[in-house]
Structure formats: C-alpha cells, structure tokens
Write a protein that binds this ligand. Structure first.
Ligand SMILES: [Zn+2]
Length: 451
C-alpha cells in the first residue's frame, strides 16, 4: 500500500494533482443562436446627445408567431430631467426596406415595433433604425456630470434599445426604478463603433478592436459576445492604467486627479477577479473594466464594465460586489425586477463579511415591498445573511459547489427562483428548509422542493 501511496504522490507532483477540488470551471460561449446588434454611436458632448444607427438581427426563438417585437429604450425614462427627452426613433425598416410602424407605450421605455409580416417560430429578421438619445444632467448610471471646469463625464448604462425577453407567451416589460436593478435581457452579440471628439476617452462593453483617428474625431470599434446589455462611459478627464493577466486585459479608468486610487483599483480588480475565477469559474471575456464615476450609487454592474462611485473607487468589497455580477446577472441572467435575490443576495454574501442576523422574505418582486429600505434590506442584507447561515451550517465548500453547478447549468440563459432554490435544497438536504423558511414563503419552497 505504501508503494501505491508513493506512486500516487509522484503522479500528483508530476501532474499538478488534478483532483476535483482544483478542477477548472469554464464558461465557453455556446454554439447557439444569439441576436446580433450592429451599432454606430456618435456623441455630441455639447448637446448631451448621441445618435446611433442600429441594425438588429433577431430570431423568433419562441413557439408563438410574432406580429410585433418589443424594445426596451431606457434612456427615455429620463425624459423629464434637465436635458433629458424621449429618444428619437426614425426610419425603422426591415432589410427588404419595408417601413415599420412603432408605438411607444405609456411607460416610455417600452417601444413596440409592428412587423410587416408575421414572424414564425425559428424565423430571422433584420431591423434597422436611426436612434437619438438625450442624456440628462444626473449623477446616475445614465446621465452626464460636469464636476469641474471643462470636464464632463457621460455615464451611458443601458445605452441602446434592446429586445425585451419573450417568456411564457408574452413580452416581459418590468417598470424602471432607480434603487436597484430592474433589467432583464437575453445574451446577445454586439459590434459597436463609437465616435467622439479626439480629447475624449471611451470605455465600452466588449473588447476594443481598433481606433481610427481623424482630424477632430476618433472612432473606436468594440466587439462583445454573449453579453446582456451594452454600456458606455465617455469623458474628457479620464486616464487609464492597464494590465494583461492570464489572457484578460484589465483596465482601471480614473479621473486625472486620482491616479493612486486608479492604480489601487486595478490591483483590486485583478486580485478579486482571480479569486472569483477560482471560486465560481473562469471569467469568460477578454476585457474587464472598472470606471470611477461621480454617480451617487456606490456601484453599478454592466457586462465587462463596472461603474464605481468616486467615493468607493478602490474599495475592495464594492468592486468585488459588482464583479460577482459578471457571473450572477451576466453569465446567468435573471429578472432583476421580480427576482433580484438571484444575483443581489449572492453578490452581497460574497463581498460582505459576517451578515447573519437578518431575516425576511427575499422572493418578492420590487413592487411587493412597502418602501425602498424594505427592498434593500431584503435583497442585500437578508439575502446575504441567508447565505452566511447556510455556509455556517453546511460548509462554504458545499454551498459554493452548488453555486458552481447553477452557473454551469444556466450559463448564458436565464434562471428563476425555483431553479436556484431547488438546487440549493437538493444539494444541502431537507435540513436546509429550516433556514430557507425564514426567507421564502411556503408556496415558493414547495414549488422549488418538488420540481
Ligand atoms: Zn448588486
């Protein structure tokens, strides 16, 4: 037996001992249909607007015939703010030059485009349009900020109209709110060019392909695959520090006065990503950006790009929280309005230490909580505490293994409460219901337990 043990030891030393605890989890982009967006963006900083030409190629992946499609146009949410306005949508047409009518609903972020002919299941259509958005003066995830003389930042989260999710026979159109995430989308591919004056820096979702410099303007081209949204930050006071590690280009963008914080944020970004690669599975994209902003919210996640408030930039737990969303929100999607616990609670647990005292339901939609404080308490503090209690009771390794399984099962798709809760109950056993009953109602638990 000793020889055998010795042989195993030698083999382990030679091979790096690839046991189950050191297995590398990856999330390769699946070879399936994804909708494609080809977009050009031209920013006019003095008018606080940008004009786009958008070409969307989409497939009816449902079993129903579509006579319309629905776009979510979040920039129009800010129509009543200073410099805001309803986005201008013109020349909506198919690749066969059929002109399409569109209807903006009472919720200005919902735009229905009537199709010239019904789109049968499996059919593909390309729709193009001219689009102009108005950026409000707001220190928010969509807005511009002039923080000092001659300096301006544009935060363009959810910058482009994207296709709503069609689920259970209807288009999902949740209302907008600013206290958290209300977004829901499928992964898609983007090819985006952004044109700005030469003195502006552009930070976008995706990998930078090239930059073409003109006399007064420059155009930067990005490609992004399997991402849930498209965000941009553009400003004329940004500097960048970058590092390539394990095939990923990490960028930290900071305002010119904050170089030390920018460098510290880069180090944090790299270290936290490496830690999450080991814990959750490898970050599948080639570029990851952290951007210092003057937003009032601490941080905001977008694919391959996190916006961090200046007062939190460099803060490890804030950067880690927004980074976790690259896995829980971007790789596995969920309806941010209805079931925010699927991404917010785990992001809080993995970024915060020792939350365990909070108890309360986390399986409700935004409108079911009486006020903002109750909602934030539920999604972040109660949800974070639930995971802490589960880890204390059943072991963190077992909990993380279930979360890895969840990520692998639903990668680049969308999950619901019963999916994650069902996996947790099955993985941790009946005893876990003692903890879950403090956070979910009986119907939800029964549905998750019996699926
Ligand atoms: Zn979050």
């Amino acid at each position: 037996m000793k020889k055998y043990v010795l042989l195993v030891l030698v083999l382990c030393l030679l091979s790096g001992c690839q046991n189950s605890s050191s297995k590398v989890i990856t999330f390769p982009f699946p070879d399936v249909w994804r909708n494609q967006y080809k977009v050009s963006v031209l920013l006019d900083p003095s008018q606080h607007t940008y004009q786009s030409k958008i070409e969307l190629t989409l497939k009816n992946t449902s079993w129903d015939v579509w006579d319309k499609i629905v776009l979510r146009d979040y920039p129009s949410q800010f129509k009543d703010e200073k410099d805001g306005g309803l986005s201008l949508i013109q020349n909506v047409m198919t690749s066969d030059k059929d002109v399409l009518a569109y209807l903006r609903l009472d919720d200005p972020t919902i735009v229905e485009v009537m199709l010239a002919a019904p789109l049968a299941p499996g059919e593909i259509i390309t729709i193009s349009m001219d689009y102009q958005a108005y950026v409000p003066e707001l220190n928010a995830r969509f807005g511009y900020v002039e923080n000092k003389a001659d300096a301006i930042d544009f935060y363009l989260g959810n910058s482009l109209p994207i296709l709503a999710v069609y689920e259970n026979g209807q288009w999902v159109c949740e209302p907008y709110f600013s206290d958290g995430e209300c977004f829901y989308s499928e992964t898609a591919d983007y090819l985006v060019t952004v044109t700005v004056p030469n003195n502006f820096t552009v930070i976008g979702t995706g990998d930078k392909l090239n930059t073409v410099n003109g006399e007064n303007q420059k155009t930067i081209e990005y490609t992004a695959s399997s991402v849930r949204d498209y965000a941009l930050v553009i400003g004329n006071d940004y500097q960048c520090v970058s590092q390539m590690e394990d095939g990923i280009l990490y960028n930290s963008y900071y305002h010119s006065a904050n170089q030390n914080i920018g460098i510290g944020s880069l180090i944090t970004l790299i270290n936290e990503t490496k830690a999450l690669n080991k814990q959750l599975g490898e970050y599948p994209y080639q570029t990851m950006n952290t951007v210092e902003t003057y937003m009032d919210m601490q941080g905001m996640e977008y694919p391959q790009l996190i916006m961090i408030a200046e007062y939190m930039h460099g803060n490890e737990s804030t950067i880690r929280h927004e980074l976790v969303h690259q896995w829980f929100y971007n790789i596995v999607g969920n309806n941010g309005y209805q079931v925010a616990w699927l991404d917010e609670s785990i992001a809080t647990y993995l970024a915060e230490k020792s939350l365990s005292e909070h108890i309360g339901r986390i399986d409700q939609s935004y409108n079911e909580y009486p006020d903002e404080n109750s909602y934030v308490n539920a999604m972040y503090f109660c949800g974070g505490a639930m995971y802490t209690r589960l880890a204390n009771r059943f072991g963190k390794d077992q909990l993380i293994a279930i979360l890895q399984d969840y990520l692998l099962t639903y990668a680049y798709s969308q999950a619901a409460t019963k999916d994650l809760l069902g996996m947790l109950i099955r993985g941790l056993g009946e005893e876990s219901l003692e903890i879950f009953k403090d956070y979910f109602d009986e119907t939800t638990l029964t549905e998750a337990s019996t699926q």
